[in-house]
Every structure is written in C-alpha cells, then in structure tokens.
Design a protein around this ligand. Structure first.
Ligand SMILES: [Zn+2]
Length: 173
C-alpha cells in the first residue's frame, strides 16, 4: 500500500509538472523528413486543442508541459494534407516517429506508359504541367501538337497527378 502511494504521488507530480513530447515527422520508409508541418495537440476525450507547433526543417518537433493523458495529434502538410494520429497514451517523456506518407494512385504509372484500359501504348501521350509558352514564331506549330503529341495538365499541380493520357480511351493515368 505504501509503495502504491509513493508511485501514485510520483505519477501525480509528473502529471502536474507535465511531460514533454518530442518527435519527428517522416514521409514514407525513405525517412524523408516532414519539414514545416503544422501539428495540433488535442485532448482525445474532449477534442480541445491543447497546444500547437510546427516541425523544423528536419521534421523535429517538441511539446513541453503536456498534462493530457490521452491525446490526438493532427498533422497538416501542404503536400500530404491532414493526418490524424489518435488516442496516443503516454506516462513519461515520449518520443514519437510519425509517418504522414499517403500513396498516390498514379505512383505506378510514372514508369509504365501502358494504358490501364486498352493495355496499349500507341495512343498514349504525356501530360505536361505548368505554364507552357510556345517558342516565339512557332506558336501555330506548337498548338497543333497539343492533344496530338502531348496534353496540357495546367498549372494546378499536386504531388499526385496523372502522367499519361490515352487518346483512344480518353483517360488520364
Ligand atoms: Zn487506352
């Protein structure tokens, strides 16, 4: 009973002074660091925001004097959107490794030009992104090649965009 009380007071004093949570945000198994990711620390039970911070250029972050026993971490990255890590318990200073990688359905087609519908390559053209300005004096020739030799994908570029267009099936992949 005595031991129990001692342990109880130790853990209670830890809880009152708060604990530190350090961690690193990574992107996939390559351990590319998730730099400048916003992190919100929420109380798991009432969903209130307890604290917030950003990762540094190496993906590291630190929260100090955390007095919540079960928390959620909401990570927001420009590239990968929101990732929620829920119901993390800790009873001592904790270091977390958080992976925000999300697979892209176009990852495979980057290297494979074969159309997923007709399984052929003869009508497949690349999709070009960005503001593409034709060379001066060759505007007419340039525009005649659009949708024949290549397709324009526009200036809205995410980390998950199709690489190819099949003219036969009119699909991006
Ligand atoms: Zn096709």
């Amino acid at each position: 009973m005595k031991l129990f009380l001692v342990l109880f007071f130790i853990s209670l004093s830890d809880f009152i002074s708060g604990q530190s949570i350090t961690g690193k945000v990574i992107v996939g198994s390559t351990e590319k660091s998730g730099s400048f990711v916003s992190i919100q620390l929420l109380d798991h039970f009432n969903k209130q925001i307890v604290d917030k911070t950003y990762t540094d250029s190496e993906g590291n972050f630190k929260f100090e004097k955390v007095r919540v026993l079960s928390l959620d971490l909401k990570l927001t990255s420009i590239e990968y959107g929101d990732t929620l890590f829920q119901n993390i318990f800790f009873s001592d200073d904790t270091t977390l490794l958080l992976d925000i990688y999300k697979p892209c359905k176009y990852d495979q087609s980057g290297k494979n030009k074969g159309c997923p519908a007709c399984h052929k390559k003869d009508q497949v053209i690349p999709i070009l992104y960005g503001l593409i300005v034709p060379p001066q004096g060759k505007e007419k020739k340039f525009w005649s090649r659009v949708d024949v030799e290549f397709k324009l994908g526009g200036c809205s570029i995410t980390r998950c965009d199709p690489h190819w267009y099949c003219k036969r099936d009119k699909i991006n992949f």
